[in-house]
Write a protein of this length. Structure first.
Length: 84
């Protein structure tokens, strides 16, 4: 998914990730969408690299695209579990 909007900064609170975008918007997503981040330490979360395409955590092996965030997509690397 491509987009002309890019991430500028990222911050976290206890339950959410907040991404400031180059067009002035700030989007928040629940950390529950990204189990790899939800279980990370504050020090690991701080090691994010903001790139033109999104967010990258080398030590956590986690990549999140801005396009995916805008589309409301969570972690796409694990199988979805559906409850009846």
């Amino acid at each position: 998914m491509s987009t002309s909007v890019s991430a500028v900064t990222v911050r976290f609170d206890a339950d959410s990730m907040w991404v400031e975008l180059s067009d002035g918007r700030t989007i928040g997503v629940p950390l529950a969408w990204f189990p790899g981040l939800m279980h990370a330490t504050p020090e690991e979360l701080a090691q994010v690299r903001v790139t033109r395409r999104g967010l990258h955590w080398e030590a956590l092996n986690e990549d999140i695209s801005v396009g995916g965030l805008l589309a409301g997509l969570g972690d796409q690397s694990r199988e979805a579990i559906f409850a009846a």
